[in-house]
Structure formats: structure tokens, C-alpha cells
Write a protein that binds this ligand. Sequence first.
Ligand code: PEP
Ligand code: MG
Length: 592
Amino acid sequence: MPVRFHRQKKEACFRGIAASPGVSFGPVFIFLQKELEVPIYQIDKTRHDEEIQRFQSALIKTREQIAQVRAKVANKLGENEAKIFDSHLLVLEDQALIQETIDYHNEHSCNIDYCFHIVAKRYISEFSHINDEYIRERVTDIRDVSRRLLHNLLGQDKIAIGYRLTTPSIILSEDLTPSDAASFSKDRVLGIVTDSGSRTSHSVIMARSLRVPAVVGLHDISWKVEDGDQLLIDGYEGLVFLNPSQKTLQQYGKLEDKHEHRKKVFLKACDVPTQTKDKKPIRLLANIEGLDDVDNVLECQAGGVGLLRTESLYLRGEGFPSEEQQFEIYRTIVSKLTPRPVTIRTLDLGGDKRLKNYAFVAEEENPFMGFRAIRFCLEHKELFKEQLRAILRSSAYGVVKILYPMISSEMEMIQANQVLEEARAELRLQGIRFDENIPIGCMIEIPGAVYIADRLAKHAQFFSVGTNDLIQYLLAVDRINDRIAHLYQPNHPAVLRALVQIVESAKKSKTPVSVCGEMAGDPLYAPFLVGLGIQELSINPVLLPEIKYLLASADLAQLKKLAKQANKMVDPNEILQLFRKFYADHMGTLSL
Ligand code: PEP
Ligand code: MG
């Protein structure tokens, strides 16, 4: 465990991974969300009183800490902001919670930390299922307070301030799961800084979609920052300044001017058709997470939505959305964007998109290789069918396509299509309208799928390449592990060859292919993808204008030449240099 630094008044700079563009400055909000590992062991009956005394002491210590934080927040941000800690103190006064913990201890004779953990978890789980805003807020209080109490019981002194974001802040945490990211009120998140993570972790993808600057993979920054510190984050370069000096702030003011200028130039380029310099059409679509992103799609004039990730609907912690709730959201998105196509991807839970508090979603040793996406859906067919019905119904309001994630076998395509067929039959019987010819797509994001793309094409009308997962599985590099982030290389020749193979298979089977992984929105790689013959890229709307500008600066022949040169190379660094040179040559003074 790293040694905690003493308060650092002077400026310090840290380098991480540039995950979401933008510059932001503000107070830090330390968010400690990791589940604690609470040991379990037996306590001899003669030591019960001692153990209960330990619990009482931890309660007192926790109360004192919260009172201190309250005073600090009241002083810095005002009495109103500090009120949340009154609710935290109330949790610690809750006699039922305290007594149940002691009863559990007396009955089971196990360590008090474990007893408290179990009782608090039970409260959290029961309260989370009550459909009442006030009670749900209490869940957050209990969760935050119990974490702090457990830290004290377990003798871990890391300060755990988890309170709802009441003032615009930069969130700093060891790790940020997509459900954590979804739980923050968007207008108050100025930026995200994490110890772990990479450009393709899902919370980062969400940050980009929220247009919030993010720097991740900083290893141990959460141990060096304290409450009351200010952070300046540079999401372009992957830099974080702790308590920046006036000089740094001024320099960043100038840098922001340059970025503003770039933004204006790129946005202007959005008004013209999407094509190469020699007028060969390309389709640039948007990756979105939900309804809130629709305005961004319209603003960047994307040709539609190439990937609507539906997981965030499920990750808000309010239980699974009903068919009706889903339908309303899909219908609204589709109606607002019609006649542009909207590709709705079916549920891709699992990996780093884990549900909390659901009994049937067990912890896994290796979640990215586990019970994820289509595997989960095919075992929970009723849930899957509900989603398919909602998607089908939305197809009556515009152009909708369905996309299945994480396909690794032909059988999965067949089974998924069977459930789809059942959903269709039900809707027909009920006289509910939907598009009978709705196109079905298959994500190619598992190496096995690359090899059997010809077979998968028999059950799909289009392919969408998920490079985020494809790279992690091809190279066996966990996409969210900052320790090995340098090995996560889109420029690895194996990745390039896999892409070539997909394009060839797609050509043979006459299956249209697009790329919706982050490679498509990266100005270093987008020219290569188009050069390979991929005519459709689906990109985060924040990144789309620059890609459009860049592709419009080159003839198709130049893009093809780039792809050909890259495909001959075997050294990832040489490939990267080639892509960097192409970028610099074509962006000129606008290159970063
Ligand atoms: C991908 O894997 O590239 C992809 C687009 O899906 P996700 O990032 O949601 O796993
Ligand atoms: Mg994926």
C-alpha cells in the first residue's frame, strides 16, 4: 500500500493516460467506491465484549471524522453543502443498525467488522428496492458511512469521503465503474481522474460522452490528493496538476484558446458532406449512451447512430428497466433522429459493466471472459426478449438496426435470432407495428468471430467491429488495467491483420462492415481504417468533427496507400510513427 503523502500546497504535476479531451479546473471530490474486502473469522465467546467495544470505538472515531469533514466543508463551501453530513451522522446514531450488528455478532461469534458489513449490506439491498427517492438517498448515506466505518474497523486510514456531489468538482478515485459514473449528476462533474483505467474502459467512454475531460491510469494519485485540493486536468495530454500555480493556469488559458480555435474549424467542417478530398463518401455515425446524447449527434451532424450502448439504462441501480421504459427511450431517440439510422446494441452487461446488488449476478474471477453480454442474455431470455420487443417497437418510428454484442459462435447468432423471432411473433399477434425488415448486426470483437466471420454473415446483415474488446482479447491485455496499458496497442500488427481479415470476409460475403470501437474515433487510426476499405465509422460525437476534417484532407488513394504501408510493417512503433506522420502532414498547424 503506498505511503500517504502529507498535504501538498505547492504545485505538482502527474502524467497519466489522456482519456477524454478538454481542460478543467476545480476542487477535488475524493470518491472511494471500491468494495472493501472484509475478512471473516471466529471470535471466542470470552472476547465478545472486547469485540463490541472495538465496534463502539470505531463508531466514535467515525463520528469524529464526519464532524471534522462537515466543519471543513461548511467552512469551504457553506452550511448548505455541509448538511449532507448530518444525514451521515444520523446513520451512525441508528440504533437498529447498531443493535442488529451486535445481535449478529452474539449469534454467529464472528468478527464485528464482518457482522456490520453483512447487516449494512442487507439494509442497502432492501432499501435499494424501495421505489422512493428519499429512501434511495438514504442508501447512499448508509453506503458511504458504512465504508468509512469499515475502514476504521479494519484499521485502514485512507480518508473515504463519499458524499453526493453538491458542488461542481473534479472526481478523483482509485477506479470508477460505469455504474459509479452513471450515479453522478452530470452538470456537477468537471472532470475525472483515476488511478486505474485506460482509454477504452467504459467509465472513460461515458466521460467522453458527457464531454467531461478525463485523465486515467495515474497509479496512485488518489493517495497524494486531499480534500480541499484543487486540480487542473489536461485531458488532451494526460496531465494532472495538483494545486496549479497562477503561471500554469495562465498557460492553460492560452492552450484552451488553441483548442477553441481547433473546435471552431472542425465544427465548420461538419457542414459539408462527409467524404474524402476526392469526394468519395464515408459515413460517420455516433456512439451514444442514451437520450442525453441526441443533441450531440445533431450538433456534429453525424449520419445517425452506429452504436447505442444500452447498458447505462440498466446500471443506474434502479432495477431493470421495463419494456415500456426502454421503449419510451428508444422511441424518443429514434424519432428525434429519423430519418437517420439508429443501431441499438442489445445488453452488454459484464466485464467492467457490472450490476451491483443483484443476487443473480455473481462476482467472477475473470469478468471480461465471463458471463457477459449475449451469454447473459441467452440465459435470461425473458429479459432479452423484453429488450428486443422494446427495440422492435421503436422501429416503427424511424430506421432501427439491432446489434448483438460479444458473439463468439454461430450458435449464439442462431439462438439470439430465435428469441428475436419469438418477440416478432408476439408483436404480430398483438397487432403492434414494427419494421419487418429490421437489419440484424453482429459485433466482431472476439478473435474467434474473426475466423468464422463467413459463417456469422449467414445470420447477420451487417458487421460492427468492436476494436476495444478485439484488441484486449487478441493481445490478452485487460482493457482497464493501467499496469499494462502500454501493451494495449491498436498499432500491433496482429490487430491490423485481424482487421484486414474481417474486411476480406465481409467483402466475400457482401456484408457491410463498420467499426464502432475507439480506434474509429482516434485520428491516428481512422485514416487507416478507411484505407482498408471500411466506409462507415461510429465515433463518440466529441471526436467526430476532427475525424471528419482529417478524412476530408486526404484522397482515398492516399488512405489506401497508408493502409498498404502499415500492413507490410511488423514493428508496432514503426506503424505508430507512420500513422503519426500521416496525421501531422494532413492536419498541419491544427495538429496537436
Ligand atoms: C468494443 O468492444 O469496441 C465496443 C464498441 O464495445 P464496448 O466498448 O461497449 O465493449
Ligand atoms: Mg465490446
